[in-house]
Design a protein around this ligand. Structure first.
Ligand code: FE2
Length: 251
């Protein structure tokens, strides 16, 4: 299959029969995140493995050379400028590579658009799928991003709250499609429930979907490669961010 043919323009073309049932409005996950006690859902078995692998290979071929490093390390002053015991304070830390799809003139955006990744992430069936899980209507003007975690790449504890954006300040929805290479041993998403980081789910599947009803505290553990396979160990994440429909005026 050509790289271009590997990227469907509609999300529904990636789905298994179970995924299509959810898209059609049946299945256990419908309305899962409408439950006020639930912030997060991980779904396997929704994306056809063969299609997921073709999509992953297309990203490897076309987008890998166009990724930009994103690194926000631990500031040394968080230790050496502390004045009182037990007053540690950690801002958001992260190391990952990203394709800046918000910048339409970037080479990464142009490549993603030519491949069909932008159409896929903006597709109506993806928005409907996310709506089924959210249990509420979503604004179709979503944001898109592509991330690539290599060995040791991670995201430290953060909550993704955006109080400065009027429409996002009351919450919003993220849907992530994970596409890991066979060289990845593991990577986990840890999140808080009841004020403690008690929850941990694997996100290194091929075609794992994770849906976040943000904001809430979470972090992503450093990606671990299988022994001797660092060079090929990558987890791609295609990410779509939705505001809720009718949630105030445009910010
Ligand atoms: Fe996050």
């Amino acid at each position: 299959m050509s790289a271009a043919g590997a990227v469907p323009r509609e999300f529904e073309d990636l789905l298994t029969p179970a995924g299509r049932r959810l898209l059609d409005g049946s299945g256990d996950a419908c309305g899962a995140l409408a439950d006020p006690r639930r912030r997060f859902l991980a779904l396997d078995g929704m994306i056809a493995k063969g299609r997921a692998d073709a999509l992953r290979k297309a990203l490897e071929a076309r987008l890998l050379p166009l990724l930009s490093p994103m690194a926000t390390p631990i500031p040394p002053e968080t230790i050496w400028e502390m004045e009182r015991d037990y007053e540690e304070w950690l801002p958001k830390t992260v190391r990952v590579r990203t394709a800046y799809l918000e910048r339409k003139r970037s080479a990464a955006y142009r490549a993603a658009e030519a491949m069909g990744v932008i159409d896929l992430l903006r597709s109506e069936s993806l928005a409907v799928f996310a709506e089924r899980i959210a249990g509420r209507r979503l604004d179709r003007r979503n944001g898109q991003q592509a991330l690539c975690y290599g060995p040791g790449d991670y995201a430290g504890p953060h909550n993704d709250h955006h109080p400065e954006n009027k429409r996002a300040a009351q919450g919003y929805l993220d849907l992530h499609l994970s596409l890991s290479s066979p060289a990845v041993a593991h990577q986990y998403m840890v999140y808080a429930k009841g004020g403690h980081f008690t929850e941990m789910v694997p996100v290194h599947g091929l075609g794992t979907l994770t849906i976040y009803r943000l904001p809430f505290w979470h972090y992503t553990t450093p990606l671990q490669a299988k022994p001797g396979r660092d060079a090929a160990a990558r987890r791609w994440v295609l990410l779509s961010t939705y505001l809720y429909a009718g949630n105030g005026r445009s910010a």
